[in-house]
Design a protein around this ligand. Structure first.
Ligand code: 13P
Ligand code: SF4
Length: 302
């Protein structure tokens, strides 16, 4: 089938199955085009919690589809490619987290949504890149164990006097932005606005004009009258920014950085996923119930 046929078959199956298609900003262009909702982790989690459809097809990575399942446990949630995973989510495990908690009995655990369902279930509250600062500020604790992203945790530390205990996880995509390449990009485009994702290293964040989730980048690109933007995040974001702001220029702040898990999903996979109802996300009820508390607290705080 060509792309046009795939798109119309996907539309037909979506109706037949009463499905909604949620798409993360890092997906490839043809997947953006079939989205019912396109957004960042927070926006998509809200959509998953609120949808009245009976099936959610998630074009993103596994932790995002798991988050959708936790927030809407009675719905069928599909991830079109099994290998669409986020390595950072595997960097925190329940056993080590329990050990760290035992060493800090007064601390509360804030877990970035880029984590397994089991680690969420062991946490007090979740956060995304869009609300991490607010979540930590609102939390009723002076010591916070923040898993798994050390870069996001140290970014949050800039805004609070609370003690944040860092976990040694990171995103292999954002961590590759090197301050020297970002400085060179700034020198080449001195009038550009530099938008940096908070998963980048602190030395890169120091160079930023704006530190934003991918949803925040879409908003600033629209609202800021600048003509050129340098963007330090996964390259898929550039597709959306350029499409929504055709008169402006968006460039990667250094070499282009690609997330393998985010790039795994093609139109063929979405079509197959809807036709065969694969690959369904299943999680134990006990994990869902505890992880949902942490996610719902996040949605309530920020
Ligand atoms: P956003 O929530 O900002 O879209 O980030 C998700 C992510 O995986 C960043 O690497
Ligand atoms: Fe995970 Fe990084 Fe890919 Fe985001 S860009 S899904 S944090 S590996």
């Amino acid at each position: 089938m060509n792309d046009a046929d795939l798109r119309s078959e996907i539309a037909r199956l979506k109706k037949e199955k009463d499905a909604v298609i949620l798409v993360h900003n890092y997906q490839i262009g043809p997947i953006h085009e079939i989205a019912d909702f396109l957004g960042d982790s927070l926006g998509l989690a809200r959509q998953a919690a609120e949808t009245d459809k009976s099936m959610i097809l998630f074009c993103g990575v596994r932790f995002m589809a798991e988050t959708a399942k936790i927030l809407s446990p009675r719905k069928t949630v599909l991830l079109p490619r099994r290998e669409a995973t986020c390595p950072m989510a595997e960097m925190a495990d329940v056993e080590t987290l329990r050990t760290v908690k035992a060493g800090h009995p007064d601390a509360k655990v804030v877990t970035y949504v880029n984590s397994t369902a089991e680690v969420k279930a062991e946490s007090d509250v979740c956060c995304t890149s869009a609300n991490a600062v607010d979540v930590v500020k609102h939390l009723d604790a002076e010591t916070v164990i923040f898993t798994p992203d050390r870069n996001l945790a140290s970014y949050v530390q800039r805004f609070t006097d609370k003690t944040i205990i860092l976990w040694d996880g990171y995103c292999y995509v954002h961590n590759r932005f090197d301050p020297e390449e970002v400085k060179r990009a700034k020198e080449a485009y001195p009038d550009a606005v530099l938008m940096v994702h908070p998963e980048c290293r602190p030395e890169v964040i120091d160079l930023a004009d704006e530190v934003l989730s991918t949803g925040g980048m879409a908003r600033v690109a629209r609202e800021n009258p600048a003509q050129i933007f340098l963007v330090a995040t996964e390259e898929g974001m550039l597709y959306r920014l350029q499409k929504e702001n055709p008169g402006k220029t968006f460039l990667s702040a250094g070499s282009s950085k690609v997330c393998r898990g985010m790039k795994a999903t093609r139109l063929e996979d979405v079509h197959r996923a809807l036709a065969r109802e694969q690959y369904e996300i299943t999680l134990p009820d006990t994990v869902i119930d505890r992880a949902r508390l942490a996610l719902e607290r996040m949605l309530h705080y920020a």
